[in-house]
Design a protein around this ligand. Structure first.
Ligand SMILES: [Cu+2]
Length: 91
């Protein structure tokens, strides 16, 4: 299981956050989605054997939003990720 944080652009209300959440949950292999409208952030837990990080980005873009940054979250880091310490670099 892998956790990925994505910086989502274009969300302006809770409806947007719901749309992004739904789009991410529809991706095969995604088990948990936590979208923060205020932070413009989506934290996604997924099965790396079934899902590529790029799939998450594509799903958000297909829903009409943008992704400005992605980061893999280390297993021990809590809460935020974007701008915080990043394990594995960004793509
Ligand atoms: Cu909206």
């Amino acid at each position: 299981m892998q956790t990925q944080c994505l910086k989502v652009t274009g969300m302006s209300c809770s409806g947007c956050a719901e749309t992004v959440t739904g789009a991410l949950k529809a991706v095969n292999g995604v088990t948990e989605v936590d979208v923060s409208l205020d932070a413009g952030r989506a934290v996604v837990q997924y099965d790396e054997k079934r899902t590529a990080p790029g799939d998450l980005k594509s799903a958000i873009e297909a829903a009409g939003y943008g992704v400005s940054k992605t980061a893999t979250v280390g297993p021990r880091s809590e809460g935020c990720c974007c701008g915080g310490k990043v394990a594995g670099g960004s793509a």
